[in-house]
Design a protein around this ligand. Structure first.
Ligand SMILES: [Zn+2]
Length: 422
């Protein structure tokens, strides 16, 4: 049963405050790791932690960033028709002056789809045929196309807007992050994809494509705000939300998690439990969560010993039912399994409050919670799948449902409070 003390705790949680965090941070523009937007987001989070009187620790990371240095261009040569396109992150640039080549529809992008088709010197056209985001990890698709001599990739998204994919391989191992070969690539909306297919069908398949991108190592920080427990030890309960975006504004992915984390820092930190709390604002989640990986490597022993549980809130403001990702599958490691006791506690609290969460398996990898599971920290990830605006410029603050924010925040606050007072 929810106690009076717990009710008093969650009465203080205001989704209005969470929306304010989301709107302020979304207005900074691109917050990809190491960008100017990231620097401003660091200053914002640090100020919030500081005003709450939290003990602040910055963990430095140095990781590749990705920027478009010019807007991507895709035009049909014969007609001059233009298409709205987004580069996948970590896509290489086209040669100076851009790339002019014939587009060849290959659609599924598997080995069998290439049979009987010569793509040498051409741009391979793929289409998400297995549902929404099945080609997100584009690296192996690019590798298959490059191995056959293709010079570029175009991917048609099933939504009415393009989205940002990743030129990574989709492996968990950082060393296996990229395939040997990458191709310049562009993602189109379903609507522009249909227009392009029409042009190809009437013999206008020659296109001009420009991607100008920058990939270089940049410094950033994982910011931790600590509030200590009454027992004086380092034992604590962690809450993490990544502040970087795939593409701006990234309101749901993941200012929804960042706002939840900041609001719970405000509500929980003045209350001293037996164990303390660590509120974590991470970055470089985008891609294979190299930020969280680096954080876990740098603090492995401490985290293993003292972080008794971690809750990862990533994309809870838009989409279907809130779920705990009980199993995450990477192609290059054993399944990452979240502990039952922690997921049961979350479900119990949700039910006591009158909510219903679900569970799911993530077949394409794991968010930051996976990096904590890898080093032995019990972790669970709360996620509402099926955000249609995922990694698109449509992921704006107006799409966020404050009822989701409030519901998740209430559950997580009580879970953290109970874990802090075993
Ligand atoms: Zn995310």
């Amino acid at each position: 049963m929810i106690s009076d003390e717990e009710f008093a705790l969650i009465r203080q949680i205001k989704s209005r405050r969470e929306l304010e965090h989301i709107e302020t941070l979304a207005a900074l523009g691109d917050r990809f790791v190491g960008t100017e937007g990231d620097r401003q987001a660091i200053a914002y989070v640090t100020q919030v932690f500081d005003e709450l009187g939290l003990e602040i620790r910055e963990t430095p990371i140095e990781v590749p960033t990705f920027l478009d240095t010019a807007p991507p261009v895709l035009t049909v040569a014969n007609t001059g028709e233009r298409y709205d396109a987004i580069t996948p992150y970590f896509s290489p640039s086209t040669p100076p002056g851009g790339l002019s080549a014939e587009v060849v529809p290959i659609i599924g992008g598997q080995d069998s789809d290439y049979q009987g088709t010569d793509v040498s010197g051409k741009i391979v056209l793929l289409m998400e045929v297995e549902g929404g985001f099945s080609m997100f990890w584009l690296g192996t698709f690019a590798e298959r196309a490059a191995a056959r001599g293709a010079v570029g990739l175009i991917i048609i998204h099933p939504m009415p807007w393009p989205y940002r994919m990743s030129m990574e391989a989709g492996n968990s191992q950082i060393a296996e992050r990229f395939c040997a070969r990458r191709l310049p690539a562009l993602c189109l909306s379903a609507l522009d994809g249909a227009r392009l297919m029409y042009e190809i069908g009437r013999g206008n398949g020659l296109v001009h494509m420009v991607c100008e991108t920058l990939i270089e190592d940049r410094e950033s920080v994982i910011i931790s705000g600590f509030s200590r427990g009454s027992d004086g030890s380092d034992e604590r309960i962690g809450l993490i939300g990544h502040r970087d975006n795939g593409i701006a504004p990234g309101a749901n992915d993941n200012l929804s998690g960042t706002a939840t984390m900041l609001e719970l820092a405000r509500v929980l930190s003045p209350k001293q439990g037996k164990r303390g709390f660590e509120f974590i604002s991470s970055t470089a989640e985008e891609g294979v969560t190299i930020g969280a990986w680096s954080y876990c490597q740098q603090h492995k022993d401490d985290l293993r010993q003292n972080m008794k549980a971690l809750i990862d809130v990533d994309m809870i403001g838009v989409g279907g039912r809130i779920k705990q990702v009980e199993r995450g599958l990477w192609p290059d490691c054993e399944p990452l399994v979240q502990p039952d006791w922690l997921m049961d506690l979350v479900d119990e609290v949700a039910e006591e409050l009158g909510y219903q969460f679900g569970r799911m398996t993530a077949g394409w990898g794991v968010a930051e919670s996976g990096r904590f599971l890898e080093i032995g920290v019990p972790a669970t990830w709360l996620w509402a799948p099926d955000d249609p605006y995922y990694h698109s410029v449509e992921d704006s603050p107006d799409k966020i449902n404050p009822i989701n924010l409030k519901g998740v925040s209430d559950v997580v606050a009580i879970v953290m409070w109970r874990l802090a007072n075993p």
